[in-house]
Design a protein around this ligand. Structure first.
Ligand SMILES: Nc1ncnc2c1ncn2[C@@H]1O[C@H](COP(=O)(O)OP(=O)(O)O)[C@@H](O)[C@H]1O
Ligand SMILES: [Mg+2]
Length: 221
């Protein structure tokens, strides 16, 4: 469903070109759970951001179904990303001035239009699933790290995204909380969503169907 071929990504540091991804190829089937491991600085986050279309690669191909993501006009890409992709970051990316409910509904909010009642009901249902129904009116600043990650998961549930990209989603959490988050993520996969997860934890990588190792800007074979 999502296919990356020979992805190249360089960063410019002090006027010098630093290659980070040197031709990474990877494909994720519909409903598949893939983990990405590798040393710190090996390019895992960069790869995840390229796959999620948050950054543009410098070379290679990226397809999602029939869509050539590198050639899709920005507007169409925004719509596709909004509809089908969800990203869960190591440190939550919630909007601090919106409540838990509003953060979970972010993809349903369009300018000044009211959010449909069904979407709000759905959001409450999804917050219930991640155990946050009673905290719907709180602001993210009043939540624990694990709870903030659960809001990000609820957001993916509300959208019923096709692909979830998670970048060390348990990285900033204690072990017990990390395990809860992993259970929720595994649940999304059981619901049929594709899951691409960067992780440092071998025991979490084992939960995936396939592990991809990034080393020296390449996938290790
Ligand atoms: N925006 C950036 N500008 C310059 N260098 C970057 C940038 N982002 C990441 N890097 C560098 O690219 C390499 C890979 O980073 P990253 O993808 O974050 O690795 P990982 O997630 O595996 O730790 C690192 O050496 C990092 O310092
Ligand atoms: Mg990283």
């Amino acid at each position: 469903m999502l296919t990356a071929k020979n992805i190249v990504k360089n960063y410019a540091v002090d006027g010098k070109v630093v290659p980070v991804l040197k031709g990474v190829s990877l494909s994720i089937a519909e409903g598949e759970f893939v983990s990405v491991v590798g040393r710190s600085g090996s390019g895992k986050t960069t790869l995840l951001h390229v796959l999620a279309t948050l950054i543009q690669p410098d070379g290679g191909e990226l397809h999602f179904g029939d869509h050539d993501l590198r050639r899709l006009p920005e507007k169409k890409l925004n719509i596709l990303r909004q509809a089908d992709f969800s990203v869960i970051f190591q440190f939550h990316h919630l909007l601090p001035y919106l409540t838990v409910l509003e953060n979970s509904l972010l993809s349903c909010m369009h300018r000044m239009k009211p959010v449909p009642k069904e979407a709000v009901e759905r959001a409450y249902h999804c917050l219930g699933r991640v155990g946050l129904a009673d905290k719907a009116d709180r602001l993210p600043g009043n939540l624990s790290g694990g709870e903030q990650q659960r809001v990000a998961i609820a957001r993916a549930l509300v959208k019923s995204s096709k692909v979830i990209f998670a970048d060390e989603p348990t990285g900033s959490l204690d072990k017990a909380t990390g395990e809860q988050i992993m259970e929720l993520l595994a649940g999304l996969h059981q619901d049929g969503m594709s899951l691409v997860m960067v992780t440092h934890e071998p025991e979490y990588a084992k939960l995936s169907e396939r592990t991809v190792v990034i080393e020296d800007g390449m996938t290790k074979r």
